[in-house]
Structure formats: C-alpha cells, structure tokens
Design a protein. Structure first.
Ligand SMILES: Nc1ncnc2c1ncn2[C@@H]1O[C@H](COP(=O)(O)OP(=O)(O)OP(=O)(O)O)[C@@H](O)[C@H]1O
Ligand SMILES: [Mg+2]
Length: 613
C-alpha cells in the first residue's frame, strides 16, 4: 500500500495555503502557545497540592488565579485560532474548487467522453472538503507535538522512575495506532470511489428519466442504486470501524498504564512522607533553619510529594491526549493525501491536450477560407476515423457533407473549431495553421450547431444570447427570425422569457434545434457549422430555415452536415464521405451525372422516402 505521499503533491497542496501565510501564522502561533499552556497549568497544580499538603496555604489564591488566568488565555487563543483558521480553510477550499473548475472548463472534449460527471462532482465536493481542513491539520501538527514535548519535559523532571513506565507504554500505543491507521487510507480510497460511483449513477439516471420510463426500468435502476449505495455504506463502515477503534484502544492502554502508575506513585508518596519526617528531625537536630534547611531537606528526601504526583498524573494525561490526537491526525492526513492523489490524478495532472501555442496569435480580419491538408485522426490509437482527408473551402462557400452514419462527418467538422487536433496533417483558416491561433479568438469567429442539441435551463432569450455575451433583444430576435424560431417563440405566453426546462426538455425537438441555430447565428459568425442542425424539422419548416440561413450566407463560410438531400442540393459543393475518406466532391448535378456513390444515395433516398426531398 502507498503510505507515502509524493512531495511534489504535498507542495502543491501547501501552495494553496501560501496566499494566507499571514493569517495562517497568526493561527499557528496561537495554536503553539495554546499547546504549551497545559505545562503552566501542571506547575500550578503541583504548587496547589504541595502548599495544601504542607499546611501553608497562604499563596493558594494566587495559584488559583494563575490557573484561571492561564485558562482564560487558552480559551481566547483557541477562539482566535479557531476563527482565523476556519476562514483560511474556507478560502483555501474555494480557491481549490476554482482552480479545479477552471482546469475542467479547459479540458478537451475527449476528456469528458471518458470521465463520468459523477466522479468529477465527487472530486469537486468531497475531496475538496477534505483538503479544506488542511489548515486545521497544520495547526494540530504544530500544537500537539508542542504539548507532547512540554509534557515529556515535566514528566522527566518530576519522576524519572514513573517516566520509565510511561515510556514503556508509548511503543505500545504507537504500535496500536500504526496497526489501526495502516489500512485507513486504502479504505478511505475505496469508500470515496464507491461514493463517486453512486454520484455518477444518480447523475446519469436523473438526467435521462425519459429513457428509464420508456423501458420501464425504474425497478432495475432502483436495484442498481441500492446495490451501489449498499456497497458505499459497507466501504464507509469498514473505514469508520477502523478509525473508531483508534481513540478507545489508545485510552485503554493509557488506563492500564495509569493503574500501574497509581500503585508505584502510592509507594513513592509513602517513601516521601516517611523520609520527610526523618530528614526534618535530622535537620532540627543539626540546628538548620530557613532556606538552608529547606535545601538540605530537599536534597535528602526520596520519593514524590503529593503535588509532584498530581503534576505527573496531569502531565501524563495531557501527553496521552496529545499522542492520541497525533494518531487521529495521522489518519486524517492519510485521508487527505488520498484526496490530493485523486484531485491530481483525475483533474490537475490531466493536461489539456489542446493547449495554446506559446506564440499563438489573435485573429485579425477573417475571410473564412478553410484548408484540410492530408488530415488523419482517430479516437483510439488502433482505429483512425479520418484517413488522409484533403479539402479546400473558399471564403463564403457553402459545403455540404454527406455519407453513411459513422463515416466521420461530425469528426471532420470538429477539427474546424479545434475541438480535436489531427494526428497528422493540418487544418488552416485563411492559410494559418489553427495551432498558431489562440483558441478563444478562433472560436469567437465560428459558431457550431452540434448534432446533439444542448440547451441550458433558463429562458429562450438567455439560450440564444449565450452565443453573444451582451446581445440586445434586437440581436436575439433577428437571429431567431433567421432560425425560423420567432414564430413559435411569440406563440408562447411568455415569449422570449419562456423557460426551456432542464436541458431544453420543455421544447419540442425541432424547437430546440431552431433555438440552437439562433444561438449560433446571433454572433454573426465567419464560419458556421451545422451538424444535422435541421434534422428534427418537417420538410416545410426546414426549407424555410434553410432559405433564411442561405440568405445571410454570402459573407460567411458554411459547413452543413446532413442526411436529407433537400438540405444539401443547393450547396456550392457536396463532399461525399465513406469510412473516413472523401470519395467524391462536386455540385449536385455533376455528382448525380457521374453516377457514383452520391448518385446511388440520391436514388435510394428518392425511392425510400417516396420522393419527399
Ligand atoms: N467521442 C468518441 N470516442 C470514440 N469514438 C468516437 C467518438 N465519436 C465518434 N466516434 C467514432 O468515430 C466514427 C465516426 O464518427 P462520426 O461521429 O464522425 O460519424 P458521422 O459521420 O458524424 O455519423 P452520423 O451520421 O451518425 O452523425 C464512428 O465510428 C464513431 O463510433
Ligand atoms: Mg455525426
């Protein structure tokens, strides 16, 4: 099992504490002083008992006052350290979440294809919550050792003999702590993994209720949920049982030690009392007086005074509490390191594959010429999805892509906004390699209507305006008209303020598509990509939307992926794809006349759809 933590990761964790050095220092100094205060209390306890034992209680109020004073300081310090460190904790957690979130937002699309959102959510919440406590643990790892050292010094000075017994107990305690915490990290990791699985499952189920109902899979889903949930509880309980064992076992070992100490302590006190009587008599016989007598007596008396014993018990108790605390601290730290590991493995160490080139430039004037030069690409190493694709698209041209499902059309158009980078070859905009252009500026001149329409919960207005921050109602209406959406929007009682529901669920498929088109048009893109953007519309509506899109298309380059011929016949050129390669390019008439793949496609559609197109 991995017990050690890579120092680089620890450093990255401490890096998050860095901005709060000032506050952290205040909190830690307070914690350090608070850690040493029990030492003062122990001394006061000794004074208290010895003075009352000797019958001279004149200074007793001073000692009592000192105890109250020490505890007052302790309480104030604890309050201060508590609030300051809590603030640092909250801010560190917030910073960490921001960093993770911004990292996630920059991740390439392919990352989200392989990661389950539930896992990511769990990392963002549970793991961050664990790290958030870092400030508290740093505090404990300073205060507890200070208490332990102070108490050890007091113990040794009070009674080396009793210390030997205590020392004999320490390895026992350490062994118990080690045995118990040994597997905690692995257990915590398993429990965390199960919890993430549960989150992922809920995320999936709750976001696709339609599928579940359609297949009457409620019972099945519930069983799946119950199984994973049971697994999560089981894993958590194993961790809890183990860590719950820690405090009690340390306490139990401590109590056995205490019993031994009481017995030996009683013998020591008895020895001290009899020695005291004898030596005092001898001092009187020798005619000693005052401080000289006290020193003489102190040097000859063996054993422990009652006060000394009480001080020892107090210090031993504090020491065992500190050691127990350090054991718990170790468990918590291991847990935290598990969280650091996951945060790194799942998010921070995954570098966006598509990063901006250091000398990438901002786009200036864009004409809209697109070039693909011998492009190869695939999602997995074994299977290329695009093989040697070469294509030149003129500014202002409308190019349609057709081909069997899975032939690579969506993949090809994903290259244009640089959602993916080609394995070999290159993609150029106005003759400039896309890798030399800042991604933000590249995407600002393009708009995409993806094959799978995604709307955000919100109003129709918000969804359309998403394409252009700061869009005015006029911009939005213009785009909606061009997308053939204005009519149905106005027929809704709330018009543009109509809520679309979670992922646009309250709109029809065709309505959602038209909103997505409007969202793409609102920013007046130089390059417009429509991937099956009108597939859900009836032929009449589709023709109207096509006309509207075409009307504004002379000053922008348009790429249209479509299965329906009606959508593509008017394109300047048609690109026919087959198994990742371009097999034909030309106008509708030329391709039909040539009698190739496209001609057969047209024929089969005309036959199959009874002449719909
Ligand atoms: N994210 C992905 N991860 C792995 N493989 C993928 C991914 N997306 C697509 N593929 C695979 O790449 C191939 C081409 O897919 P693509 O989506 O480009 O086809 P398409 O021509 O757009 O098909 P359709 O007409 O059905 O939309 C398919 O075999 C598909 O299974
Ligand atoms: Mg596709």
């Amino acid at each position: 099992m991995k017990q050690k933590i890579e120092t680089s990761r620890l450093k990255s964790l401490l890096g998050f504490l860095k901005p709060y050095r000032g506050k952290l220092t205040v909190g830690l100094v307070a914690a350090a002083i608070a850690g040493a205060i029990p030492g003062g209390v122990a001394a006061a306890v000794k004074e208290f008992a010895d003075r009352s034992g000797s019958g001279n209680i004149s200074g007793i109020y001073v000692v009592a006052g000192a105890i109250v004073g020490l505890y007052t300081v302790l309480v104030l310090l604890r309050y201060m350290q508590g609030t300051v460190l809590a603030e640092v904790s909250l801010r560190v957690g917030n910073d960490l979440r921001r960093t993770l979130y911004s990292h996630l937002l920059r991740m390439p699309l392919t990352y989200f294809d392989t990661q389950r959102t539930g896992n990511l959510m769990s990392t963002m919440t549970t793991d961050v919550a664990k790290l958030q406590n870092a400030a508290n643990w740093v505090k404990d790892s300073i205060a507890l050792p200070i208490t332990a050292v102070t108490m050890s010094v007091i113990l040794v000075r009070t009674s080396p003999k009793l210390v030997l017994i205590t020392v004999a107990v320490v390895p026992l305690m350490a062994l118990a702590i080690q045995q118990i915490t040994r597997r905690l990290r692995a257990l915590s990791q398993t429990a965390q993994g199960k919890q993430a699985e549960l989150n992922a499952l809920m995320d999936e189920t709750l976001s696709s209720p339609r599928v579940i109902k359609a297949f009457a899979a409620e019972e099945r889903e519930l069983n799946r949920f119950a199984k994973v949930a049971d697994g999560a509880i089981h894993a958590q309980m194993r961790g809890i049982r183990r860590s719950a064992l820690l405090g009690p076992s340390v306490d139990w070992i401590g109590s056995v030690a205490m019993a031994v100490i009481l017995v030996i302590g009683a013998q020591e006190i008895a020895l001290h009392t009899s020695d005291m009587q004898r030596v005092t008599k001898e001092a009187a016989a020798a005619g000693l007086l005052g401080p000289a007598r006290d020193t003489w007596v102190a040097a000859r008396v063996r054993g422990l005074s009652i006060g000394g014993f009480l001080q020892f018990v107090f210090a031993a108790n504090e020491l065992s509490r500190a050691i127990g605390g350090m054991g718990a601290l170790r468990g918590a730290l291991l847990d935290m390191f598990g969280a650091v590991d996951r945060i790194h493995e799942e998010v921070l160490d995954v570098h966006p594959e598509i990063a901006d080139d250091p000398d990438a430039i901002e786009l200036g004037d864009v004409k809209g010429a697109l070039t693909l030069e011998d492009v190869t690409y695939g999602y997995t190493l074994e299977t290329p999805v695009l093989c040697g694709v070469t294509l030149d698209i003129q500014p202002g041209e409308t190019v349609a892509f057709v081909g069997a499902t899975g032939s690579g059309k969506s993949t090809l158009v994903d290259l244009i906004p640089r959602f993916i980078d080609p394995w070999t070859g290159c993609v150029k905009l106005d003759g400039m390699d896309l890798r030399k252009i800042k991604q933000g500026s590249l995407r600002a001149v393009m708009a995409i209507v993806p094959q799978k329409t995604v709307l955000f919960a919100g109003t129709i207005f918000e969804n359309i305006a998403y394409g252009k921050p700061g869009a005015t109602p006029d911009d939005v209406e213009l785009a909606a008209r061009a997308a053939g959406a204005h009519g149905f929007v106005m027929s809704k009682p709330d018009g543009y303020a109509t809520l679309v529901g979670e992922r646009g669920a309250m709109l029809s498929g065709g309505q959602a598509q038209r909103i997505a088109i409007a969202r793409a048009l609102v920013c007046k893109p130089h390059v417009l990509i429509l991937d099956e953007a009108t597939s859900a519309l009836d032929s009449g509506t589709e023709a109207a939307v096509q006309d509207a899109i075409r009307a504004g298309s002379h000053d922008r380059t348009t790429l249209v992926v479509a299965h329906r011929l009606s959508t593509i016949v008017d394109a300047d050129r048609i690109v026919v794809m087959q198994a990742g390669s371009i097999v034909e390019i030309g106008t509708h008439d030329v391709l039909v006349a040539s009698g190739g793949v496209y001609a057969r496609l047209v024929e089969s559609q005309l036959r199959g759809e009874g002449g719909e197109s």
